[in-house]
Design a protein around this ligand. Structure first.
Ligand SMILES: NC(=O)c1ccc[n+]([C@@H]2O[C@H](COP(=O)([O-])OP(=O)(O)OC[C@H]3O[C@@H](n4cnc5c(N)ncnc54)[C@H](OP(=O)(O)O)[C@@H]3O)[C@@H](O)[C@H]2O)c1
Length: 214
């Protein structure tokens, strides 16, 4: 495939634990732009075009996504940090940047299982466990993110992982029925899922995917 025919892929939250697995997969598919608040990681793949900027700043986000066919966002406060409002602020900035670009980019946003949107997928006990383990403030941010995307009307893909871990890839599957609170998703499997979404045709309407490792 010539460079012109290769898809342009933009990643926000590329320095995340999942991002480290994802970038290599994406550079095999197309040209990749990645936004980070810090200097690019020293081990960074030289084929990735790193841009420095905050994911809550519309101008920085715009420069990363302006000609992207697919935009993947994993921006959120890490589990160690206070949840704050970075997930929703970054989503708002991204939606503004997408509107500004006018490109028909496929937005793939990683949220989380356990918010209001996935309540029907969880038993009452599982909802209680998620609220306790993840925390109400962090789940409120998931709700805000999903609502922002829903009300934008964009036919995006929202991926809702259960608890992530760093075990080796074992394959992933979509969970269509009830999701147990013991479900886990290995970050390598999440990266595989996101790379597959980047190559598959985009959806025509907003869709939610709950995925777990096999
Ligand atoms: N951990 C779990 O069990 C779990 C469960 C369900 C869903 N998820 C979600 O799955 C995704 C991937 O998880 P992960 O554990 O791989 O993520 P992670 O390592 O916690 O990485 C979070 C990313 O967000 C970025 N970020 C935070 N604040 C930012 C800001 N103001 N501007 C720019 N970037 C900012 C971080 O960049 P810096 O390097 O600059 O800090 C980092 O790249 C996340 O959205 C996470 O919330 C996680």
């Amino acid at each position: 495939m010539t460079e012109d025919l290769m898809p342009h892929l933009a990643v926000l939250g590329a320095t995340s634990a999942t991002g480290r697995h994802l970038l290599g997969r994406l550079t095999a598919i197309g040209s990749v732009a990645a936004l980070t608040r810090q200097a690019p990681p020293e081990t960074a793949d030289s084929t990735v075009r790193w841009l420095q900027g905050d994911a809550t700043d519309v101008g920085s986000v715009f420069s990363a996504i302006k000609d992207a066919d697919v935009v993947i966002t994993m921006v959120a406060a890490s589990r160690m940090a206070e949840p704050g409002t970075v997930r929703s602020d970054a989503t708002r900035a991204l939606l503004a940047a997408l509107a500004q670009s006018g490109a028909d980019s496929h937005l793939v946003a990683v949220s989380a299982l356990g918010g209001h949107g996935s309540a029907d997928q969880l038993s009452r006990a599982a909802r209680w466990i998620y609220r306790r383990v993840v925390g109400a403030d962090r789940l409120a941010e998931v709700d805000r993110q999903e609502e922002l995307i829903r009300s934008s009307g964009i036919p995006a893909t929202i991926v809702r992982p259960p608890r992530l871990d760093d075990r080796p890839a074992s394959g992933y599957q979509e969970v269509t029925g009830k999701a147990s609170s013991s479900l886990r998703l290995h970050r390598e499997d999440l990266a595989d899922c996101l790379a597959d979404l980047a190559t598959n045709p985009p959806p025509t309407a907003l869709r939610f995917l709950t995925i777990a490792s096999v």
